[in-house]
Write a new protein. Structure first.
Length: 295
């Protein structure tokens, strides 16, 4: 009986009727995915369209502008007291320094937790993971008081220096999981050849950990570039503003808001993040996939 059912199923699948329903289901699935993609991209497409509209048509026309203009880009770039290019430079400096700090400090801390034997290693690793459950607002006031006493407020130091102190527990945990998947026999062979722990970290683990390092770098860049709250707290001088703070200056509750300039500069602010992800997406996917398989 089972054999007859299997034969009937095979015949049905090989018939034109079975192929039709298979193709029909594939078409329906792809159609739904396209519709969902359009719905998700609509706000971005609307913002891109609005950045090319005249100021009096931004909220009064459909997705396609009745006339095209780049005045919003010119006005947004040069319309403030400080050129918007200054905000881009500030954001790039903070982001690149944050990437360097996170990749170096977090990988070094992860190497210690994954490879070195020291007293209380599990306890300190658990304490480190516990900091992931602390909201940023809980530590905000003590950090601000500390940086205020150090005289670092109104500078990029509060935004950059903690990155060099392995303050992001998420990246430490990510790298620990990756390092644990690298065979320890490599360390033992290197120690027999006279390598110190530092050389094992620098010459063996780091070259083998490019995917997870790239993952940490990409996430650090995106999170730092999109950060609004941190620069808002510590930066007061407009010449030190980041891109996110610069976008806020286009909207003023006490005066006229420049929506065209806001949308134009918002479009430009997405370009670095998109390009950064585009160039390193292979390493990002590889890093997440391989890290997920570690024990």
């Amino acid at each position: 009986m089972t054999t007859d059912v299997q034969r009937l199923t095979v015949v049905t699948e090989e018939s034109g009727f079975g192929k039709f329903w298979k193709r029909f289901g594939s078409v329906i699935a792809h159609t739904l995915l396209v519709i969902a993609s359009i719905l998700m991209l609509y706000p971005l497409l609307w913002m891109l369209s609005a950045s090319f509209r005249p100021a009096d048509e931004i909220f009064n026309s459909g997705l396609w502008p009745s006339s095209w203009s780049i005045d919003a880009y010119i006005r947004g770039w040069n319309g403030l007291k400080v050129s918007f290019g200054t905000f881009f430079i500030n954001s790039f400096i903070i982001s690149l320094l944050s990437i360097a700090g996170n990749v170096f400090a977090c990988s070094l801390a992860a190497f210690a937790f994954a490879r070195l034997e020291f007293k209380g290693r599990r306890f300190w690793f658990a304490m480190m993971l516990g900091t992931l459950m602390l909201p940023y607002q809980v530590t905000l006031i003590p950090q601000y008081v500390l940086f205020l006493n150090l005289g670092w407020v109104n500078s990029i130091l509060p935004l950059v220096v903690p990155k060099f102190l392995a303050a992001d527990a998420f990246f430490i945990f990510l790298m620990v999981q990756f390092f644990r998947g690298i065979p320890k026999e490599l360390d033992e062979a290197a120690m027999m050849d006279g390598c110190s722990p530092w050389r094992i970290y620098w010459k063996i683990l780091l070259p083998l950990s490019q995917p997870v390092l790239a993952t940490a770098a990409i996430f650090t860049f995106i999170w730092t570039w999109d950060d609004f709250f941190g620069p808002l707290i510590y930066l007061n001088d407009m010449r030190q503003y980041t891109v996110m703070l610069g976008l806020r200056t286009f909207v003023d509750s006490t005066a006229e808001s420049d929506w065209g300039g806001l949308f134009a500069m918002s479009v430009l602010s997405l370009v670095p993040v998109f390009l950064f992800f585009l160039f390193f997406q292979r390493l990002l996917i590889e890093g997440i996939a391989t890290t997920g398989m570690k024990r």
